[in-house]
Unconditional design. Structure first.
Length: 434
């Protein structure tokens, strides 16, 4: 059994969907499970819908949703010039539920509202791919992932309920696989105990593929992307990147932890537990060898591997009475970060201060400040970036940051981390909290 996962870039227009269909037509292997993401940039657009709705800008939210529907309608009509009415009706059935949901105030909070709206991207994408497979004669079963992926009620970063998920996969996915040899489902989404939709975190489709592989004891997982394989840096930021033919589970976990977007951070553990190799291959050229991620170390030393996280904020907490940052104070800080589901990307302790780098989500930062401002003086610096280099070599990164100021530098034998800011933004003032 194999698991194929196709991301948004592979499904963003007519020509790329044709490449995906070519891969599937030339893959006789059965059983096969196909996991798809929302079509390219749809999730970003749906996030805007949620943002407008939460700000009670209903007209803008509906307009953005109409734009998303129009873009999908165009692709559907390209794929099926003469027989698209049924697919359009299916799409509108799901979108109609979102319209109804948005017509009322978001009473359950931003994250819960987010999951109910953003998840429609995966559903629509999978309906379109399913219609394509049916059109070219590939027998398959379509399954709503919310029927088989069960989680807790933590919206946007849901934790998997492995026992319920394993049971649901056995009851609902396996029969379709036995009957047709092929199952198509969605990544990223699941269901909470109350039946509401949850999501597994951005890029969570990778994690879905790993969950299914673990439960089904798959031979391998292949993630199809628009790059030749796993590279040692983002080619959009670095011109002379290298494709890594082999890399260990451990190294990829480190990369994902530091913010590499190529693999969802929770993808590796379920595969490592059952020694299932993960392939990263290029849908633009299926003949390229790609990258194999497994337990074995590569034959040659790895080159420097760079992860660059933008849109960061550096937050400083200082005790008001000049008392030390002891375990008691740290516990108070960590508890706040945990409750608000905020990941610390880098941290530094002083005698009376604690500082950290985090993704800049204004609503989460505001909640954090509100929770801690009675115990600490707080100030924060916007416009920061976090550069992490695994296996650094002398001077390898210097040219890339020549237009930056270095705020913080932390080193270990295998990792260099820098908090940096573009020199042109250095005049942006610190924001104190009163």
């Amino acid at each position: 059994m194999k698991i194929f996962k196709f991301g948004g870039a592979s499904l963003q227009n007519y020509s790329r969907i044709q490449l995906v269909l070519d891969i599937l037509q030339s893959t006789p292997h059965r059983p096969l499970v196909i996991v798809v993401s929302a079509m390219g940039k749809t999730t970003n657009a749906l996030e805007k819908v949620v943002e407008y709705a939460y700000r009670q800008q209903q007209e803008l939210a509906m307009q953005m949703l109409d734009d998303i529907v129009a873009r999908h309608t165009e692709i559907i009509r390209e794929l099926f010039p003469h027989e698209h009415d049924h697919l359009l009706q299916q799409m509108e059935s799901y979108v109609g539920r979102i319209r109804n949901f948005l017509s009322h105030p978001c009473e359950k909070g931003y994250d819960a509202c987010y999951d109910q709206v953003v998840s429609v991207g995966e559903i629509i994408s999978s309906l379109i791919v399913s219609a394509c497979l049916e059109h070219i004669g590939i027998s398959h079963a379509w399954i709503d992932a919310r029927l088989i992926i069960h989680t807790d009620a933590c919206h946007r970063e849901a934790e998997l309920d492995w026992e319920k998920t394993r049971q649901a996969i056995t009851e609902h996915l396996l029969p379709g696989l036995q009957q047709t040899g092929c199952v198509l489902t969605q990544g990223f989404i699941g269901s909470a105990p109350d039946g509401s939709t949850t999501t597994l975190g951005r890029e969570g489709s990778d994690y879905t593929a790993a969950i299914l592989a673990h439960v089904l004891e798959a031979e391998s997982v292949t993630i199809w992307k628009d790059v030749p394989g796993l590279q040692n840096a983002d080619p959009k930021l670095v011109s002379d990147t290298r494709t890594l033919p082999k890399i260990s589970y451990r190294e990829v976990i480190e990369m994902a932890y530091y913010g590499a977007q190529v693999i969802h951070p929770r993808t590796i553990q379920p595969l490592q537990q059952k020694n299932i190799p993960l392939w990263v291959k290029c849908f633009l050229d299926k003949q390229l060898p790609g990258t194999c991620i497994h337990h074995e170390l590569p034959d040659e030393p790895l080159p420097p591997i760079m992860v660059w996280k933008k849109n960061q904020v550096w937050v400083e907490f200082t005790t008001r009475d000049f008392s030390f940052i002891t375990e008691h104070r740290l516990s108070r800080l960590y508890d706040a970060f945990h409750r608000l589901h905020i990941k610390i990307n880098l941290m530094q302790n002083g005698a009376i201060s604690f500082s950290c780098c985090m993704d800049h989500h204004p609503e989460k930062l505001n909640n954090l400040i509100h929770d801690l401002q009675h115990d600490f003086d707080i100030q924060y610096h916007e416009g920061m970036e976090l550069l992490t280099v695994r296996h650094p070599q002398n001077g390898w990164h210097q040219e890339m940051i020549r237009d930056y100021l270095i705020w913080i530098e932390q080193r270990s034998p295998n990792t260099l981390q820098l908090i940096i800011q573009q020199a042109s933004q250095a005049s942006i003032p610190v924001v104190p909290v009163h």
